[in-house]
Ligand binder design. Structure first.
Ligand code: CP
Ligand code: NVA
Length: 333
């Protein structure tokens, strides 16, 4: 790659632990400042004159709204390009689209199906590409998730490369999907342990286990990942119970088969009790949510962090645009 090649954000794996922790801390600090009524000087107009092309091949509420709102708050212009708006996929290749769009805008935020599509887009783009969800990763979600955890648990004293969350345990009960993969990468980097319970046949693929393992390289005490097919086992001693839909976008044809396979994997108060989660356990979900993966009782309870977690997508988007567009990939405090 040329020294002028832009830096992209395709996965949390692209970030060092210090960079990931810094993005989360920056998001927290912008949230505090902006909510107190001030706008940090560093952000004010920092995206002025900059267009963010948002290429979305799939539906989105949070990612779309947070990216558009973040761009506007920073003085830039978001340009939403849905799958019926542009030639991509119908009349035009990823290569041609990437070269053309990136010649006119300052950033591309892309939600596509295959990871290789967003990676190709990035390869040929002259501006930063931020992954807005693909089959393998969802980095903006995971910055928001760690912001939520950072705000909800008392961080220990920590240096630049950490958020002080070491020793926490996350239990993921459900499908091994894009959100889980990036969450596990973030957890490994932050020294947070994860236990994952999926039905048989729905475990984390080996290539992804390798990527998660590599996320711990150079980390003094990386978070440990364990897998099981028994939800109760994963939940044991967990501080946070997390899940996501059992049928991700693009898997609609498998819906019936999946519903059957995931029976018994709903997160409920009883499951948390039977499994022996920590007394004070919290619940997280990236949304959108369906009742089969988590009971109403848990979802709407005081344990549930889902709405602050959703709001945190805005602050995560601001931190990511600042780091990757305004500061050209230099992630600094
Ligand atoms: N969590 C999330 O990415 O939601 P959307 O699909 O609504 O953007
Ligand atoms: N795993 C879900 C996340 C949606 C935000 C999907 O890919 O559809």
């Amino acid at each position: 790659t040329s020294p002028f090649a832009p830096r992209h954000l395709l996965s949390i794996a692209d970030l060092t632990p210090a960079e990931f922790a810094t993005l989360v801390r920056n998001a927290a600090s912008h949230k505090r400042t902006i909510k107190s009524g001030a706008i940090p000087q560093s952000l004010l107009g920092s995206m002025s004159g900059k267009t963010v092309a948002m290429m979305f091949n799939k539906r989105s509420t949070r990612t779309r709204v947070s990216t558009e709102a973040a761009t506007v708050q920073m003085g830039g212009h978001p340009m939403f390009l849905g799958k019926d708006d542009i030639q991509l996929g119908v009349n035009e290749s990823v290569y041609d689209t990437s070269v053309v769009i990136s010649s006119m805008v300052s950033c591309i935020v892309a939600r596509v199906a295959k990871h290789s599509d967003v990676a190709d887009l990035a390869k040929h783009s002259s501006v930063p590409v931020i992954n807005a969800l693909c089959d393998s990763f969802h980095p903006l979600q995971i910055i928001a998730d760690f912001l939520t955890i950072y705000e909800s648990f008392t961080p220990k004293a920590h240096g630049l490369s950490s958020l002080g969350l070491e020793g926490l345990k996350i239990a993921w009960v459900g499908d091994a999907n894009n959100v889980l993969f990036d969450l596990a990468i973030g957890a490994t980097k932050m020294g947070v342990d994860m236990a994952v319970a999926t039905p048989k046949g729905y475990e984390i693929p080996n290539e992804m286990l390798d990527i998660i393992q590599r996320a711990g390289e150079g980390v003094a005490a990386p978070g440990k990942l364990t897998q099981t097919n028994v939800p109760e086992e994963a939940v044991k001693d967990a501080d946070i119970l997390v899940t996501d839909t059992w049928v991700s976008m693009g898997q609609e044809e498998e819906a019936k088969k999946r519903m059957k396979a995931f029976e018994g994997f709903q997160i409920t108060t009883e499951l948390a009790q039977r499994g022996g989660a920590k007394e004070s356990w919290k619940f997280m979900h990236c949304l959108p949510r369906h009742p089969e993966e988590v009971s109403d009782e848990v979802f709407y309870s005081p344990r549930s962090l889902v709405f602050p977690e959703a709001e945190n997508r805005l602050w995560a988007a601001i931190a990511a645009l600042e780091g990757f567009v305004v500061n050209k990939g230099k992630i600094v405090e």
